[in-house]
Design a protein around this ligand. Sequence first.
Ligand SMILES: *Cc1c(COP(=O)(O)O)cnc(C)c1O
Length: 372
Amino acid sequence: MTHPSDLKLESWLVTAGRSSTPGAPLNVPLVPASNFIIGAGREYARDDGTSTWEALEEVVGGLESGRAVAFASGMAAIASVFDQLRAGSHVVLPDDCYQGVAGLVAAGAERGRWTVQRMALHDTAGWVNACRTADLVWLESPSNPLLGVADLEAICAAPRKTSAVVAVDNTFATPLNQRPLEFGATVSLQSATKFIGGHSDLLAGVATTRDPAYWHALKKSRELTGATPGTLECFLAVRGSRTMALRLQRAQATAMTVADRLQGHPAVELVRYPGLSSHPTHATARRVLKGYGTIISFDVRGGADAADRACKAVQLVRHATSLGAVESTMERRAAIPGQEHLPPALLRLSVGIEDADDLWKDIESALRSVPR
Ligand SMILES: *Cc1c(COP(=O)(O)O)cnc(C)c1O
């Protein structure tokens, strides 16, 4: 089933991927299978998928308004896009993006597979220009962890070199806040580990495209690299997706409140949240995003030590990496090997679905350990 245009995405999330055969389980069944009885087209799972993987693909394909391929992780989905590049291709990458992508691109450049140019997300003219020369224009918006917002509407519609691919890592926005394929992107990427799964209990990724040839190429890449998703993971991701709209709505309302309060707190030097009017690309965010998301990056006074103390002091907020789950998590990003270029006292907070006042009480209490 494809997403009917008269159905809101919130309703699609509840109904997508289900069977309508009388007698079939109402819920998507968990089908652990490597091979199938020959005669109906589906023979081997790595080549042909399984019904449980396809349920996740149906859910996310409808959300992103394209056709999806599910992968073992967000990085596996991302790697399948880079897998398409011919030797000597030119890649343009944001100066702020997920460290795994930056690492993958740097490793490929070192082996001579492609050349790389980094660009600021707010440099719309630069990105529009890059579309004429690059083989792969890679965008991530809002970006991890500096929360830069790109004018995807303008960039994805820009004229591009024949066969050039515009890819958008849409994990932070989720398809509920932004649909890159509608702007004209070739492919949109989700780490389903985050908002789609939403419970910190799985790794999965999804790539979605409207180009049938590109869809076949991504699926072929999954088959040949073996980057197949786990069946339980797809089952859990579909189950998580049922409540995604509710979770996002609640958490991003809380995030706005928390960002606003952080901005007025004497122990906080700088707050980055696309919903704040002080955010450098707030005007673009207002135009391009339906909601500002649940991630806030803020710098505390007193440097890395003060930031580490705040991480140790939070209780309701868990000191952990990752994002997009029911529970709030916080970490100091520059503490991660390879991320030393980030502001040393930057804390990335992923706001969950807890009560806003309880969360704020916890954060405020943790900030007492920070000099002001
Ligand atoms: C987590 C994340 C990824 C990688 O996803 P995995 O499922 O961990 O492989 C990619 N991009 C962004 C923006 C992410 O937050």
